[in-house]
Every structure is written in structure tokens, then in C-alpha cells.
Design a protein around this ligand. Sequence first.
Ligand SMILES: NC(=O)c1ccc[n+]([C@@H]2O[C@H](COP(=O)([O-])OP(=O)(O)OC[C@H]3O[C@@H](n4cnc5c(N)ncnc54)[C@H](O)[C@@H]3O)[C@@H](O)[C@H]2O)c1
Length: 334
Amino acid sequence: MKTAIVTGSAGFIGFHVARRWLEEGWRVVGIDNFSEYYDPQLKRDRAAILARFPNYLEIEGCIETPGLLRVAFVDHQPTHVIHLAAQAGVRFSIEEPQTYLTSNVQGTFELLEAARAYPGAHLLLASTSSIYGANDRMPYSEVDKADTQMSFYAATKKATEAMAHSYAHLYGLPVTMFRFFTVYGPWGRPDMALFKFVKAMLSGAPIDVYNNGEMRRDFTFVDDLVEAVWRLSAIRPEIGDSRGDFDSLSPVAPYRIVNIGKAQPDTLGEFIAQIEQSLGIEAQKNMMPMQPGDVPATWSNTRLLEALTRYKATTGLNFGIPEFVRWYRDYFGR
Ligand SMILES: NC(=O)c1ccc[n+]([C@@H]2O[C@H](COP(=O)([O-])OP(=O)(O)OC[C@H]3O[C@@H](n4cnc5c(N)ncnc54)[C@H](O)[C@@H]3O)[C@@H](O)[C@H]2O)c1
């Protein structure tokens, strides 16, 4: 039976990814430290669903702990490693930069060291659209220069991209680096807008609307993202296997960066209108300025994703937001 290690398996995306791999009949080894960045009970509840699969094994621990990942590689001989554990969140990285350094940079270093010692697995690593920072050429393309990160979160993710490239080059490790664009859906993150807005609106509280609702985000439904990750996991980057001038494949390493987004941004105003419709509640809006570290717009160019996988994300807010609301009401009994 094929084995995948999924780091961050109790997290929003890690849970959906691990569940898909289990449903496909794989053995999955999940690793998570159940950090208290947001309510760990939500993470425990996701992990409990994974634990119902007989082929699921969980390791509770911090990925930056020296040797933890190395032992997991030796014990479980993964063919694929999907690395999603990280300290996420743009705003929190202004308050607590240290945890980003530890989880994202040190944690990814430990993962690369484990892969160097026990090579063979395809490494699939999560980066972010925040990498594009102050780029104003839209849609964002993987082959564009991306050197103007505006938050420390994005800076640590950019560091992991460079670190992984060097290991791919030096040790021939196949690496697919994902740049995810604002992911949402059932079991989502309490620090993200959709969760916060639904929670506030159901309790009659106002919502904070940044940049007067004029921000644009390439909102990507989690099932679309999982499908893209699943298909990309079957495509190991190989030097020379470029799909064209839009391919980010490195000339010196089996390393490729791929945007995963819907390629069709919506404004925050449209996003809120869809939540209002799904809940049947009109939001009380606190209009706020733009937050430090935030970018006014994100928009993915997904030509590379489509060329590699023949897949295009299509789920719109009119399906995705009601799906989230259904889950939220069911989970919290509201
Ligand atoms: N959700 C999005 O919109 C989005 C967008 C771009 C990139 N990403 C990236 O995707 C990945 C998954 O994000 P998510 O939204 O599921 O976030 P999440 O916070 O729900 O999941 C991350 C998980 O990693 C775990 N974790 C954190 N630090 C750890 C450590 N040091 N050791 C072990 N486990 C640790 C957390 O407990 C959590 O369960 C992250 O790398 C994130 O940066 C997410």
C-alpha cells in the first residue's frame, strides 16, 4: 500500500488532503502539533474523523523537533510527503514573528533534512499567493519575479521556496511547490474572513470590512484545491520536462512552483453579499482601512496548473459559501 506523510493533518487544508488520500486507499501518516493559534478542539475534531480510517496513523509533535520527521521517514517510507504544517496568517505574523521562523523555516528545514537522509519521496510543499507581495502585474504568474513580500509570513514562505530549491538541486529531490490562493470551505480556519463573518453575523455583531470592501481575492474552494493537489502529486518534476515558457520548472533542479487558485477574483463586497444571502442576514459593516501587510488584490494565472493536470477550479462563491454555512450551522448547532 502506498504511503503519504501529511504534515499539518489536523489543519484546515491538511484534513481535507489527508481524507482524500485515505479515500483513495492510501496509508496516511499525519503529523500535527495541535497548536493553539486557533481553537485546538476544531483540530481534534478533524483528526477524529481521520482516525476512523484504519489506514490512518497520527504523530503528535512539532515538525521542527530535530529527528521527528527523520524517524517518520524511516518508519513509514513515504512515496509522497505533503507539507502543510505552518504558522499561517498574515496579520498574526506582525504580532508573533518568532513562531513563523520556528514552524515555517526551521520546520521545513527539518523536512528537507529528513528527505535528504531518506530520499525517494515526491515532496509537495505549501507556499502562498502572499509571496507575490507588491507585484502589480495581474494575474500573478509563477515565472514572474516575486521579491517584494509585504509580511513576515510571506517572507518565511519565500525562504522555504529557496531552501527547497537548493535541496532539490543538490540532492535531486523532486519538489512541487504550491502557491495557494485564499482557500475556504467546510472545516475552515477561524482566523479567516468567512469564519469570522459568519460567526459575527449569527450573533448580531458587526464585521470589520477592510479597504472598504474593495479588496479582491482569488477565493478558492477547498475541494478544488484538493483535486489540484491530488493530480499534481502524480507529476514528479524532472529537469528538462518543461511545458512551455509559462512553466516555472527549474533548469537545474527537479523543482516546480504551481499556482493553485480559481483564476477569477471576487471583491470582498461580493463575498459578503453571498454570505448575507446564504445566512439570510444583513451584515452590519465597520468600514476599516487596509491592514498592514495585506495586499489589495490577488489573482492567479493557472495556465501551468491546467497544462500539467488538465484541471481548472470552477467552484464559485454561490456554491462554496452555502457549503461552508451548512457545515458551520451543523458543527456549532446554530
Ligand atoms: N488557507 C489558506 O487560504 C492558505 C493560503 C495560502 C497558503 N496556505 C498554506 O497552506 C498550509 C495549510 O494552511 P491551513 O489553512 O490548513 O492552516 P491551519 O493552521 O489550519 O493548518 C496548519 C496546521 O499545521 C499545524 N502546525 C503548525 N505549526 C506546526 C509545527 N511547528 N509542527 C507541527 N504542526 C504544526 C497546526 O496545528 C495546524 O493544524 C499552510 O502551509 C499555509 O501557510 C493556506
